[in-house]
Ligand binder design. Sequence first.
Ligand SMILES: Nc1ncnc2c1ncn2[C@@H]1O[C@H](COP(=O)(O)OP(=O)(O)OP(=O)(O)O)[C@@H](O)[C@H]1O
Length: 267
Amino acid sequence: MKVSRLAQDITLKELSLGYPGKVLMANLNAVLPAGKISVILGGSGCGKSTLLRHILGLNVPVSGEIFLGETNLTKLKDEDELRLIRTRMGVLFQDGAMLGSLTLGENVALPLQEHTELPDVIIEEVVNMKLRMVGLGEFTHYFPNQLSGGMRKRAGLARAMVMDPTTLLCDEPSSGLDPITAADLDQLILKLKETFNVTTVVVTHDLDSLFNIADHVVVLHQGRCLYQGDLDGLRDSDDEYLIDFLERRPTIIDNSMARSVKFRSRL
Ligand SMILES: Nc1ncnc2c1ncn2[C@@H]1O[C@H](COP(=O)(O)OP(=O)(O)OP(=O)(O)O)[C@@H](O)[C@H]1O
């Protein structure tokens, strides 16, 4: 199977997804455009991270299909084909997912060691290049616990980009970061899109981040796609939920999110 080296659309067709005994989303239709940043918004627990897991092929949909360009990811039966496609997808996990016993350089090298036959000296060169790209060129020999939260996210981005993916999936990149560090990370995500033309999908609750980076927005609510389009359309929407969501009013958002807002307000 040939895997494209160009950025491609991600298309969700009549996609229903969830876990045994629990359907989170039904008949979702959306296109996440090639080479653009799509931001996925939605209340806590609506299934945003689950959607990323489905795009990655880690979960199987209840029904419906996910396409990367022309390739129907949900029809790929061969593990080798899936693995090959996954090498073209970089992922920044919510917690950064660095192995604490390895240095930054060793963490970033892992995908290259697992998926390529490159000699160590070349791997070292690529790793150094990727760490420089995210502003961590001086920190190759540091361990994750010696870095700030923002630096760990940057390192996570270096690892996500180490195989030169055409798709970059980021799960709540700004979670746990102060607004300035989060804004710096937004700039880095924009730079990666512009430099490498990756199709980027960002799951976030962070409205500042949304307005900083989104070319395309998908809002999920009550198991369906409530909005997809650009930022202007989102701002102009007269949908009550969207208006309240954008004004951060906790009154009508999902109960689970309302609980977390209430909890935070007590801290
Ligand atoms: N492996 C699993 N098995 C069963 N249910 C799960 C599993 N993983 C997640 N869930 C449930 O699926 C729902 C959606 O979870 P998910 O993490 O996708 O939501 P989310 O929109 O990303 O939430 P948040 O914004 O809070 O991160 C939640 O109710 C969660 O408890």
